[in-house]
Design a protein around this ligand. Structure first.
Ligand code: ADP
Length: 465
């Protein structure tokens, strides 16, 4: 173990040092194999001499890449905590100043301190704020940033291979960094931290539950299932909100239900006690039930986590929570068939409104989902997935706006017809869900599955597009 080198004079002067950083790897959950890479960084500090003797170069900088809230800062602290070294941190946005030279002098001061108190970890948050490729920004702001970046490069080079000051930086955009930053000897090691999967979410919830009075039978897996797509910061917040919920009710233990409610708040905002007329409740219930009924025809039944029509802060009407594989298209990944299914689900509210109220009585409640369907249909055609006009040979010539729109409307019509057919065949189930929603305002997975079992779910054959 390296002893903390704290010269009292330097510590007093230090602006950037965070004192009392006592994070350990055990505080960071769901890391999987990444943990091995991080343990190696700790070894650069604790066994630096051995590396050097054997001629192994220690990286000057490590880049933690990943979306906000996945624990990059926490990990950098854990590296310092495990190695027992000092931790210096700054957000790169603090480097970017209006006055030329200020950013550069901050970088110098930061590294001066880190060196005086070495061994140390220097953590630079949001590196892309200063590390964007040079020359991309015009005017004096750009000049200032270039000066700061140059200074950072100089400082990084000063520590190359020595292993007593290691810089860890975080970014969500490793792709736009200045090439000079990622050259060998600088940030030449990248570690990608993805959003946690199901098991990762269970582990993260448990880490944050450690210091809380949890009921013994808390079902972490159920909470993890409902928080698909969430990151550590959000999961940590869920545990906090659940604790507040417990206090408010004057209880002494946090239950699964506290966590589930907190998860809904994290995702959708607080419940809003807005008044609604009986007609409006019914409209919203039909809207959401239609999406759920059409969706279960395309996905595993267990895909639907819950349906909710209670108003929440913001202008949301209600929502159906489905597992992510259904929504993956946001990340640019979706099969042809699931994109069509998605369009059909998004058109279900419009189809239901027409079927339950008649064409003359249409409302605009489905405007947003119809819009989603429209853009998805365009993406379908533009992406070359529609073989009618843009089979492989035509795809590259897909610049005829009219044709694209025509083909997109054809896809929309087909999907709309299919949504109507599905709703028509499952009218009984629809009505049962609508009634239950109006009565309870929200249905969880079990309640929903019970209705499906009771009324059956008729699935017509596969569509032909
Ligand atoms: P980032 O730097 O990636 O934006 P942070 O490290 O600031 O994320 O995360 C914010 C908070 O979220 C942490 O302080 C911690 O409470 C929680 N958190 C995030 N990821 C994890 C994780 N993998 N395990 C435990 N807690 C986490």
């Amino acid at each position: 173990r390296v002893r903390r080198a704290q010269n009292s004079k330097n510590v007093k002067l230090s602006q950037y040092m965070e004192r009392g950083v006592d994070v350990k790897f055990s505080d960071v959950a769901g890391l999987g194999k990444i943990r091995l890479e991080l343990e190696e960084i700790v070894k650069f500090f604790t066994h630096g001499e051995i590396y050097r003797r054997r001629g192994v170069k220690i990286p000057g900088g490590i880049l933690l890449c990943g979306p906000p809230g996945v624990g990059k800062t926490l990990l950098a602290k854990a590296v310092a905590g495990e190695a027992g070294v000092n931790f210096f941190s700054i957000s790169a946005s603090q480097f970017v100043e209006i006055y030329v030279g200020v950013g550069a002098s901050r970088v110098r001061a930061l590294y001066q301190e880190a060196r005086d108190c070495a061994p140390s970890v220097v953590f630079i948050d949001e590196l892309d704020a200063v590390g964007r490729e040079r020359g991309l920004i015009k005017g004096s702001g750009g000049q200032e940033r270039d000066a700061t970046l140059n200074q950072l490069l100089v400082c990084l080079d000063g520590f190359e291979g020595r292993g007593n000051v290691i810089t860890i930086a975080s970014t969500n955009r490793p792709d736009i960094l200045d090439p000079a930053l990622v050259r060998p000897g600088r940030f030449d090691r990248k570690i990608f931290i993805p959003k946690p999967g199901l098991i990762g979410r269970v582990e993260i919830l448990k880490v944050h539950a450690r210091k809380k009075p949890m009921a013994e039978d808390v079902d972490y897996a159920a909470v993890a299932a409902m928080t698909d797509g969430m990151v550590g910061a959000e999961l940590a917040n869920i545990v906090e909100v659940a604790a507040i919920n417990m206090m408010r009710d004057g209880r002494t233990e946090i239950t699964t239900d506290d966590l589930l409610q907190a998860a809904q708040i994290e995702e959708r905002g607080m419940l809003d006690k807005k008044e609604r007329s009986p007609e409006m409740w019914k409209q919203v219930a039909i809207n959401e039930a239609a999406m759920a009924v059409v969706a279960i025809n395309f996905h595993d039944l267990s895909n639907i986590e819950f349906i909710n029509i209670a108003p929440r802060a913001g202008r949301e009407l209600g929502y159906v929570r489905m597992k992510m594989d259904h929504i993956k298209f946001k990340e640019g990944l979706l099969s042809r068939q699931s994109l069509l299914d998605h369009i059909t689900v998004q058109l279900a509210p419009r189809a239901a409104d027409e079927m339950w109220h008649g064409e003359g009585q249409l409302s605009t409640i489905w405007a947003e989902t119809a819009d989603n369907a429209r853009s998805a249909a365009r993406a379908f055609v533009l992406g070359g997935l529609s073989d009618k006009y843009y089979g492989v040979s035509n795809f590259w010539a897909a610049d005829r706006i009219n044709d694209i729109d025509l083909e997109a409307s054809r896809i929309l019509d087909l999907c709309y017809g299919r949504a109507k057919e599905l709703l028509d065949k499952n009218r009984k189930l629809m009505d049962a869900i609508v009634d239950a929603l109006i009565e309870k305002k929200s249905l969880n997975k079990q309640e929903f599955l019970k209705l499906v079992e009771l009324h059956g779910c008729i699935q017509p054959g596969p569509p032909s597009i």
